[in-house]
Ligand binder design. Sequence first.
Ligand SMILES: *[C@@H]1O[C@H](CO)[C@@H](O)[C@H](O)[C@H]1NC(C)=O
Ligand SMILES: *[C@@H]1O[C@H](CO)[C@@H](O)[C@H](O)[C@H]1NC(C)=O
Ligand SMILES: *[C@@H]1O[C@H](CO)[C@@H](O)[C@H](O)[C@H]1NC(C)=O
Ligand SMILES: *[C@@H]1O[C@H](CO)[C@@H](O)[C@H](O)[C@H]1NC(C)=O
Ligand SMILES: *[C@@H]1O[C@H](CO)[C@@H](O)[C@H](O)[C@H]1NC(C)=O
Ligand SMILES: CC(=O)N[C@H]1CO[C@H](CO)[C@@H](O)[C@@H]1O
Length: 469
Amino acid sequence: LQHSPHLQLSRMQQPAAGDKSTTPSPRPSQANLADGPFYTRRCITEDLSWSLVTVPPLTELCLQHIVHNFEKNPILNYLLPEHQKKVVDRLSTSLPLTVTANIVSHEEYWKRRCMERWQVCDVSNYGGSWKRMFFERHLENVLKFFIPNTTDPREVLDLIPLCKGYVRKLEIDQFLPPLWVEQKKESNDLSDTEEEAELGEVYMHHYDLRDLLVDLPHLEELHLTYGVKNCGMNFEWSLFNFTDLDCSYLATAVKMCRNLKVFKLTRSKVDDDKIKLLARNLQHHPCLLELDLSHNLIKDHGAQALGKLISHSKLETLDLCNNQICHLGAQALAQGLAESSTLTSLNLRLNFVEDKGGEAIGHALLTNTSLKSLHLGSNNVSERTAAVFSQVLAQNTTLTSISFSCNHLGLDGGKQLLKGLANNKTLIELDLRHTEVEQETGFLIHEIVWANREAVRMGSLQQPTTEAL
Ligand SMILES: *[C@@H]1O[C@H](CO)[C@@H](O)[C@H](O)[C@H]1NC(C)=O
Ligand SMILES: *[C@@H]1O[C@H](CO)[C@@H](O)[C@H](O)[C@H]1NC(C)=O
Ligand SMILES: *[C@@H]1O[C@H](CO)[C@@H](O)[C@H](O)[C@H]1NC(C)=O
Ligand SMILES: *[C@@H]1O[C@H](CO)[C@@H](O)[C@H](O)[C@H]1NC(C)=O
Ligand SMILES: *[C@@H]1O[C@H](CO)[C@@H](O)[C@H](O)[C@H]1NC(C)=O
Ligand SMILES: CC(=O)N[C@H]1CO[C@H](CO)[C@@H](O)[C@@H]1O
């Protein structure tokens, strides 16, 4: 009401100021009155600050409000699907995981978070799920940089309830040792180190996986390497020490992982005592299918434990590449092989099996086994092993792939194999590189194997069409 006289005033003023609206009114008293916004005429063309935007719909305002307050009050699941999407599209990627982990299941959101954090993102390695990728890589990262006795254990423990529903595979290729290593170096110069060395053994162990693995019900694959990456000039063998204590923690942890299908423990200096402990704990595992222990220090006693494991478990794939298994170990593995009805693949590349071991494996294959693929590369086997395998190939076996590369089969060994292959149908791969086999023999063998492979390929090509018909 107070304004109405002014309004009238400004209207009365208009004819006077009408011809030049930008210049102030010449009359002082009226110029004073025209100072405030109420006293001038306003229309859109003259007032650039005038907003033409219509008031947003109430839903829009509500959604904005939800997005802004998401951290304090995450409302998502009560909304309609289209509104959920609008909210998720606007959520910040820096929101704490405690808020988003168990509320936001929209893949687009996790895709954004992944792409922002990592340059290379191949979602096909994570079953097509961005959320799974995010939590697996996030957890792997925390574990890779976990320093025992320095990092707060809660950093991992707090993460468990957030990621337990999504983590299926963990690949941890680095475990940091405790920081005492450096302290010891310093004290080395000052005093006698007897006591420190003892202390060192106690504190040398790495992150204890037990607490974590028990709480990951969906974990199916675990790849571990106990070592430090990129240590550069700080290299020391003590950085690569998978200790007895680490091993016993790990054995317990793996045993408790009831859904584990694939377990890889590579490049970790796993020796006989450690593998015996692990094999004992894996013996009655309900679903372990693949075990990879390549690039370790397993000798005959370890191989004996593994032979027992093969015959008592459902293991399908065993990789023992680059260990130190000799003929006794190979014989134990052969025995396990003969008793197993599930093992389909055995890799013994870069061991010292020699003829005694090779023959034992060959004889095991003469009894019925399920083995499809065998790698005996670089094992110093010779013609005697080739002779046994000639018999194996002549009989019916399930074997489809053998590698003898880098052995001394010699001319006769090659001929034996050729003889064995004469009536085969199943073998589709035979690696004879660097085996001192005669060139012509090698050529003939290659032809047979190639024909078999073609037959299998044609078979698999025909199958779908017949099904379609
Ligand atoms: C280091 O951690 C172990 C358990 O992981 C604990 O027993 C020990 O007391 C810790 N030592 C120090 C110095 O914190
Ligand atoms: C590795 O740890 C063991 C104790 O578990 C210790 O006896 C050994 O000396 C360590 N090796 C190296 C190279 O540090
Ligand atoms: C060998 O094969 C026979 C018949 O195919 C089967 O009954 C037997 O269980 C097999 N033995 C082993 C040790 O797999
Ligand atoms: C390979 O085996 C033969 C005996 O079969 C042996 O004389 C030779 O020393 C072995 N070579 C290596 C490198 O172990
Ligand atoms: C060998 O295999 C063929 C076809 O795969 C089969 O018909 C035959 O019975 C097998 N022979 C023996 C001795 O197992
Ligand atoms: C090249 C060769 O001898 N291949 C033989 C493989 O085995 C099948 C079936 O026994 C024979 O028909 C092939 O001649």
